[in-house]
Design a binder for this molecule. Sequence first.
Ligand SMILES: O=C(O)CCC(=O)C(=O)O
Ligand SMILES: [Fe+2]
Length: 189
Amino acid sequence: MTQLGLFADPQEGPAGLRYTDDFIDRAAEQDLIGRIAALPLQRFQFGAFEGNRRVASFGYRYDYTLQRLAEADPIPDWVRPVARQAEAWAALPEGSVRQVLCTEYEVGVGIGWHRDKPHFDKVLGLSLGSPCAFRFRRRNGAKWERHTLAALPRSLYMMDGEARSQWEHSIPPVAARRYSITFRTMKRA
Ligand SMILES: O=C(O)CCC(=O)C(=O)O
Ligand SMILES: [Fe+2]
């Protein structure tokens, strides 16, 4: 387990955060990167603000303009085995991952502070291609509690409990191109 705590006891990560290195091997990583790179990725749109990361959603997507979930293309066959593998690791029922987000971060691109939409329940993320600092923060009175997870390529994290509901997360601009696959379960079936 690789967890790097900044400004905090390294033992004290957000409750409900789980992480494992080497969730997949290098061959599987290269295969998934090739699959994602071949997708018709769209620049992430958040109202008037255009983020720089590029994404493709499957199962469901969150429509920021209408502020609701919308159906998306079905989860592709090539994602299913790794989604099943993530469910097994997280002890989730098979098939409970109903939303998949594939993301590409070019050099210098990251993601700002946020919590994932409340429509989703558990959030798991597979890192591909390069490492990132996966940062967490939570307000504690006048201060922020902070934690940084060093997410290595081929690793998997899960946000559940407080890590999911109380803490915000962000990724500072990456030094090398990174891909991720985010697996989400739904709050209500
Ligand atoms: O790339 C990642 O691992 C995280 C992405 C993320 O936080 C999100 O899309 O909500
Ligand atoms: Fe997120």
